[in-house]
Design a protein around this ligand. Structure first.
Ligand code: GLU
Ligand code: MG
Length: 431
């Protein structure tokens, strides 16, 4: 009855986690993984396989679990067993990498940044999400309020314990600005581990919420005029264990290499946001004055910037070099974290290769700053920018990219007659 069981999973192009169960530890030790279907990569947020896809009914893959990318989910009932969860690579049946695997895409990005520049990336994902009670009633409480915090005390204690027990290094759990909105942050980790944790963390949050008769959603917006749920990605650059992001005398305190890396992201931002915020409602969130990302720029401690240079806290120590980081603010949970981070790393690689620089690090409100490039105002505009950016397209396996684009078309098709309110409700129900 209590036989240990493992769930072997991938994260797809809409950020959903799917996979198969198998007996533990057999399925891990065999190294052969479990079967998987190529067309599963083409499933939209709402569960239908995008009709335009390269796979059809053909082919087979293996989900080969990574013993390092794991977490234990507590039992869901008193005499049940816990579930061991593993993230996997999607591999061909001979074990070779499958070119369209999103986790392999991130591996490749990490590898070329290391190979060409000897740079490693440390990353921390911040996640915002909304909670409601299973009966539909609101959590209540003030923005950032202690009452909001206490209203979900049992949930948050259990959540933080699960994150802790799995070695995820939770740093903060906080009531956010929106009604029923909360945020959880993890400490920085090497890029691949951070992206894996981002994927697993969402499942842990949803799973924990369910066990406390709550419903968690990471949808970017619950209503067009409500507060957005962002995914912010904090990045610092390292070489051989030493931080290389900070330079005291330079604009924004960005080292020459960090500036080039940021410039690569800015240069391709209008295409990149299609990959990091790919839903039909993502661009309702990415508007000015929402503290999401209101303009394509690098700015000091500014929550409207696409890239925000984070503060240097010197209360206890004057060595700011290790904690110094910048934050990409235009991602949301409808994107796959492996794709988000892989894309940002490729963009940084491009900035370094082309020795790009930033015209101006902004340190005022964006309205007062000159030459801030506007964000695309819709996913359609971002997808058009992606279509005309040959550099960004070259980072992807063509089938992977085509599948990504087909999914967007299929979601557009599915939602096109809905109002913005209805669209938000649809996404809230599946994220
Ligand atoms: N909720 C904002 C967003 O949509 C972020 C607010 C914050 O800076 O924490 O990204
Ligand atoms: Mg926040």
């Amino acid at each position: 009855m209590n036989q240990p069981w493992a769930f072997i999973a991938t994260c797809d192009l809409v950020g959903h986690v799917r996979g198969r169960g198998g007996p533990f530890p057999k399925v891990i030790e065999s190294g052969e993984g479990v079967g998987w279907v190529p067309a599963d990569l083409a499933i939209s947020a709402f569960g239908a396989i995008a009709p335009e896809n390269a796979f059809g009914a053909l082919g087979d893959l293996r989900l080969v679990p990574d013993a390092q990318a794991t977490a234990i989910f507590p039992a869901t009932h008193p005499d049940g067993a816990s579930t061991r969860f593993y993230l996997a690579h999607q591999r061909n049946i001979d074990g070779s990498p499958w070119a369209s695997c999103p986790r392999t895409f991130l591996d490749n990005a990490i590898e070329i940044l290391d190979r060409d520049f000897d740079i490693q990336v440390m990353v921390s994902f911040e996640h915002e999400f909304a909670l409601s009670r299973a009966d539909g009633s609101a959590i209540g409480g003030l923005p950032f309020g202690f009452d909001a915090y206490r209203n979900v005390d049992q949930f948050s204690q259990d959540l933080l314990a699960t994150l802790n027990d799995n070695g995820f290094d939770p740093e903060t759990f906080l009531p956010e600005y929106g009604s029923g909105q909360f945020e959880v942050t993890l400490g920085p980790a090497p890029a691949k581990i951070a992206a894996d944790r981002a994927i697993i963390l969402r499942e842990i949050v949803r799973d924990t919420a369910k066990r406390f008769d709550l419903v968690a959603t990471f949808a970017p917006l619950l209503g067009p005029n409500l507060v957005g749920n962002g995914v912010h990605v904090h990045i610092s650059l390292w070489r051989n264990g030493s931080p290389i992001t900070y330079a005291q005398s330079r604009p924004g305190n960005l080292s020459v290499e960090a500036e080039a890396a940021c410039a690569g992201i800015l240069e391709h931002a209008r295409a990149i946001v299609a990959l990091t915020a790919p839903s039909q409602i993502s661009f309702l969130r990415l508007q000015p004055h929402r503290w999401s990302a209101g303009g394509i720029c690098v700015a000091k401690q500014n929550r409207e910037a696409l890239l925000r240079i984070c503060p240097q806290v010197t209360i206890k120590s004057s060595d700011v070099t290790k904690a110094f980081n910048f934050e990409y603010r235009a991602a949301d949970a409808t994107a796959n974290p492996w794709i988000v981070l892989g894309t940002l790393i490729y963009a940084m690689h491009e900035g370094l290769s082309s020795k790009l620089s930033i015209p101006h690090v902004i340190d005022e409100e964006l309205e007062q700053a000159a030459n801030v490039v506007a964000m695309p105002s819709s996913l359609e505009e971002a997808l058009a920018a992606l279509d005309s950016d040959e550099t960004v397209k070259s980072w992807f396996d063509p089938v992977l990219l085509q599948t990504f684009i087909s999914i967007r078309a299929s979601e557009e098709q599915e939602l096109h007659s809905l109002t913005p309110e209805e669209r938000c409700a649809r996404y809230a129900s599946v994220y």
